[in-house]
Write a protein that binds this ligand. Structure first.
Ligand SMILES: [Fe+2]
Length: 485
């Protein structure tokens, strides 16, 4: 295995940000504003008691632009920053680092931004500015996973970026040259086989690629799949035997890229679920038409005889407009958030459909990852229950019982803003919910962030421990728990 390592001599020891948001971009205000530096702080203050069995690192990725952005900024554009909270022996420490992408290093060399955001993605910077860093910056800002001993920061528009447990950047990882192009930020790790199952979409044919990385980190299976149109596909599920894809009509506007909305919702194109054996190819996939809709994040999927079930937050009609020409003063609030839903495919009968689980708006769907690919009972969601909240501005952590849709929850209050919930298993436990839920919660009154630890067995009881972070953590995307060996 090899990584396309960034030359360590070009990696600055520490970076200092310079974003002032002089242009008043909505995605740089409030707790979307980036933090300006990288810090290490040990022995954080804790209210309550961190469980002795909770040993490892909570790591969260998200956008944190280093320089004042060029043109219209969308939070999808920001340079990746990983925030790590390491816990052992009842104590916690914090560290944050920018992912030093090749594009970011080219900008550091010039002391300013040179890459435009997705809204102007076709305005490629001049090669004399980027050098070998390429025409598009791989911001590596979406997720972080651990597989085959490597920590990988993920962004669906490019290769994974390897980082160390100390959060230093190693460089882009192409699986020994076997992965060309991009990789989803939502691969699935099968906890039974250790395989990493992945897909990647492309704006140009082939529109979809699927590949499997074995437990040792070797890319062992890669196939091209046909789609009628280039779509923004964000997540998928696996069962013990299948890969299941959602082809929903968030279609790239190829003709108007860079001067108008990047994608359009085209329900007339239809919505389909595709089922394929995990080592299959294009001729092995079967598509099942369902009512138009979109799922950005699934909890999980599983097979029960001839029936496949998958759960996620379903949008009737998502609005992911990424538009360089949209006025800055328009709220991006989406009036129809995703809501928990169960999809089913009957392989014997040859049909598929969906049904609602609940009516709460929410996302950041997570499970105990030891149950990826098999039936799960407990589903964790970040939701908003207070009126007036923007989509994505969650206030509540919900635990659903998948068998009957009942829920228990903990609310962070009118000034609390919760991120993604991550399940950390209790090493001494045996039940699916034996463990803790970790979540970085921002308090807009104190302008501060905490790592909140809930007992997954009793979410409504509130935090068993609250780790007070030494600085606010800007709103971001996905997180993971990497248990200590
Ligand atoms: Fe995501």
């Amino acid at each position: 295995m090899s990584s396309t390592a960034t030359n360590p001599a070009t990696i600055p020891g520490s970076l200092r940000g310079g974003v002032t948001n002089a242009a008043h971009q909505p995605d740089l205000t409030g707790n979307l504003a980036p933090v300006a530096d990288e810090i290490d702080v040990a022995d954080l203050a804790v209210t309550g008691e961190l469980p002795a069995a909770l040993r490892g690192s909570f790591v969260r990725n998200g956008p944190n632009p280093l320089y004042e952005p060029i043109g219209r900024y969308n939070m999808l554009d920001g340079d990746g920053m990983v925030h790590g909270i390491t816990i052992a022996d009842g104590r916690a420490s914090y560290r944050n680092r920018w992912v030093r992408s090749r594009g970011l290093l080219a900008e550091v060399a010039l002391g300013r931004a040179i890459y435009p955001g997705l809204g102007n993605v076709m305005d490629f910077p001049d090669r004399s500015l980027t050098g070998d860093a390429g025409p598009v910056k791989n911001v590596a800002n979406t997720h972080v996973i651990r597989h085959a001993g490597k920590w990988l920061a993920l962004w669906e528009g490019g290769l994974p970026t390897e980082i160390t447990p100390e959060l230093d950047t190693v460089g882009e990882h192409d699986f020994g040259g076997r992965l060309r192009g991009s990789m989803t930020a939502h691969p699935r790790i099968d906890p039974r086989t250790g395989e990493l199952l992945c897909f990647a979409y492309s704006l140009f044919p082939p529109y979809l690629r699927y590949f499997v990385v074995d437990a040792t980190g070797e890319l062992v299976h890669s196939v091209e799949l046909d789609l009628p149109a280039p779509v923004m596909m964000h997540d998928f599920v696996i069962t013990e035997d299948h890969a299941v894809f959602l082809d929903s009509p968030i279609v790239f506007n190829i003709e108007s890229l860079g001067h108008g909305p990047m994608v359009s919702w085209r329900p007339e194109n239809g919505t389909r679920l595709g089922v394929m054996p995990r080592r299959g190819g294009a001729s092995d996939i079967t598509w099942y038409e369902i009512e138009p809709g979109h799922v950005q994040h699934f909890w999980s999927g599983w097979a029960d005889g001839d029936r496949i079930e998958l759960c996620g937050s379903r949008f009737d009609a998502p609005d992911f407009g990424i538009d360089s020409e949209a006025p800055l003063d328009v709220s991006v609030a989406d009036p129809t958030p995703g809501r928990p839903a169960r999809f089913w495919i009957d392989l014997a009968r040859g049909d598929a459909g969906w049904e609602p689980i609940d009516d709460l708006g929410g996302d950041f769907n997570r499970i105990n990852d030891a149950y990826n690919g098999v039936r799960v009972r407990w589903l964790y969601l970040s939701a908003f229950i207070q009126p007036g909240r923007r989509i994505g501005d969650f206030d509540t952590i919900v635990k659903y019982d998948e068998t009957d849709g009942s829920r228990t929850l903990w609310t962070a209050g009118p000034h609390g803003h919760v991120g993604e919930t991550v399940f950390a298993a209790d090493p001494d436990g045996t039940a699916e919910d034996d463990g803790w839920l970790l979540n970085v919660v921002y308090d807009d009154q104190r302008d501060a962030s905490d790592l909140v630890v809930l007992d997954a067995r009793d979410v409504a009881a509130g935090p068993v421990a609250t780790v007070h972070l030494p600085r606010r953590v800007p709103f971001g995307f996905h997180a993971n728990w990497f248990a200590a060996d």
